[in-house]
Design a protein around this ligand. Structure first.
Ligand SMILES: Cc1cc2nc3c(=O)[nH]c(=O)nc-3n(C[C@H](O)[C@H](O)[C@H](O)COP(=O)(O)OP(=O)(O)OC[C@H]3O[C@@H](n4cnc5c(N)ncnc54)[C@H](O)[C@@H]3O)c2cc1C
Length: 344
C-alpha cells in the first residue's frame, strides 16, 4: 500500500481523497492534513458561538454551473443534488452578473462546507487530521518526509499539495530546489485577489427587512456583496436567528490588508449600517481575512495540475491551476488523480 498525503481539506483535497478512495482503495492509504481547525478551506461555514444552528458562509456563496460544466461534471452535480447537499437557488440575488447563458445556481442548505464534508465522508478510511500545518518537505530516497509545525515528521510515498500557489512557494525544504526554472516562472506569475468577509449572527427574534436574499453592491468603496445567509439558503425559521455575510471589494482589502481584523471590522460595520440603516444589533460577529481569495492569474497553459517530481510523486493541484470555483476544483482534482493513478 502506498501512503499518500493530501495537504489541504478544502474542496480540491476532499475530492482527491474521495476519488482515490473510489478508484484505488486497495492500493493507497490516504492521509489528509490541514492547518486549520475545520473542514472547508475557502468553502468554510462558521457557526454562532451561542447557537450552532445559526451559520454563515464566509467564503464561497453559491455554486454556479455553466451548461459546459453541468455536462462534463454531471456525476458530481447529480451526486450532490441526490444527497440534498445542493439545492437550486430560488431566492432573489440582485445585481448578479450572468456571464454565460443557461447557467444554474445552487445553494447548500447546511452551509457550503457540507460539500467538502460530503466528499471527505465518501473517502471513508482516510485519516483526516486538522491543526497540521505543513512547513517542511524533504526528499528521503524513494519517499517524502513531511513536517507539520510542532509535530514529528512523517514519511509518505506521494504528496499532493492543494493550497494556493503563493502558500506552496512558502514551503521550506526541498520544494524550492526541485522546481525547474520554467515551473518557477509559471508559479511565481500566479496571483490572487484579497477580500475581507464579515459574518453577523443574530438572535432568533431578530428580523432583517430587505426584499432580496443577496445583493451585489456597485460603487461602494468598501462593500461588494451582502447576503442574508439563511434567506439565501431558503431557511427562514422562528427558532434560529438570521445571519448576514458581507464581502468587501478587492481594492478595499488590498488597502487594509495589514491592519488588524478588529480595525477592519469597525470600518465594514460602519459602511454596512449606512447601506442598511436600522439593522438590529448582532449577537456576535466574525471577521475573516481572505489573503488568497480568488485566483486572478492562474498557472498559464496548465493541465489542471503540476507535477514537481514523478518519483517519489509530488504533485500540486487546486484553483491556482484552473479557476476559482466549484468546477475549477473538480477539474484539478480529476487531473491530480489521473497522475496518482498512473504513478502508484
Ligand atoms: C470570498 C470568496 C468568495 C467565493 N465565492 C465563490 C462562489 O460563490 N462560488 C464558487 O464556486 N467559488 C467561490 N469562491 C472560490 C472557492 O471558494 C475556491 O475556489 C475553492 O474553495 C478552493 O478550494 P481549494 O481546495 O482549491 O483551496 P482551499 O479551499 O484554499 O483549500 C486549501 C486548504 O489548504 C490548507 N492549507 C494551506 N496551507 C497549508 C499548509 N501549509 N499545511 C496544511 N494545510 C494548509 C488551508 O487551510 C485550506 O483548508 C470564493 C472564494 C472566496 C474566498
Amino acid at each position: 500500500m502506498s501512503r499518500v498525503l493530501i495537504v489541504g481539506a478544502g474542496l480540491t483535497g476532499s475530492v482527491c481523497a474521495c476519488l482515490l478512495r473510489r478508484e484505488m482503495a486497495n492500493k493507497v492509504k490516504i492521509v489528509v492534513w490541514d492547518k486549520s481547525r475545520g473542514t472547508g478551506g475557502r468553502m468554510s461555514t462558521s457557526r454562532s458561538p451561542s447557537d450552532a444552528s445559526c451559520i454563515v458562509d464566509l467564503g464561497a456563496q453559491y455554486i454556479t454551473a455553466t451548461p459546459h460544466y453541468a455536462q462534463i461534471h454531471h456525476n458530481f452535480y447529480e451526486e450532490l443534488l441526490a444527497s440534498g447537499v445542493l439545492k437550486p437557488l430560488v431566492s432573489l440575488v440582485e445585481g448578479e452578473v450572468v456571464k454565460v447563458g443557461g447557467q444554474k445556481n445552487y445553494i447548500t442548505p447546511t452551509g457550503v462546507s457540507s460539500i467538502v464534508k460530503h466528499f471527505l465522508k465518501q473517502s471513508a478510511g482516510a485519516e483526516v487530521l486538522f491543526d497540521h500545518h505543513v512547513t517542511h518537505i524533504y526528499r528521503k530516497g524513494s519517499s517524502w518526509e513531511v513536517s507539520p509545525k510542532g509535530r514529528a515528521p512523517e514519511q509518505f510515498d506521494a504528496v499532493v499539495l492543494t493550497m494556493p500557489v503563493p502558500q506552496i512557494l512558502q514551503l521550506q525544504g526541498d520544494v524550492g530546489s526541485l522546481l525547474e526554472d520554467s515551473q518557477r516562472l509559471l508559479l511565481e506569475a500566479v496571483s490572487y485577489s484579497s477580500r475581507y468577509a464579515l459574518g453577523l449572527f443574530y438572535k432568533a427574534q431578530a428580523h432583517i427587512h430587505v426584499p432580496w436574499a443577496a445583493k451585489y453592491i456597485s460603487n461602494n468603496p468598501c462593500i461588494r456583496f451582502i447576503a442574508i445567509d439563511n434567506k439565501k439558503r431558503n431557511l427562514e425559521s422562528s427558532e434560529c436567528g438570521p445571519s448576514i455575510v458581507v464581502h468587501t471589494s478587492v481594492p478595499f482589502a488590498m488597502k487594509h490588508l495589514e491592519e488588524t481584523n478588529q480595525q477592519v471590522e469597525a470600518i465594514i460595520l460602519e459602511e454596512l449600517n449606512k447601506l442598511l440603516p436600522g439593522l438590529p444589533q448582532p449577537d456576535s460577529i466574525k471577521c475573516q481575512k481572505w489573503r488568497y481569495s480568488q485566483v486572478t492569474s492562474s498557472v498559464a497553459a496548465c493541465p489542471g495540475q503540476m507535477t514537481l517530481l514523478s518519483r517519489p510523486l509530488l504533485v500540486c493541484g487546486g484553483d491556482s491551476f484552473t479557476h476559482s470555483n466549484f468546477d475549477g476544483c473538480i477539474e484539478s482534482a480529476l487531473k491530480v488523480c489521473d497522475v496518482l493513478k498512473s504513478s502508484l
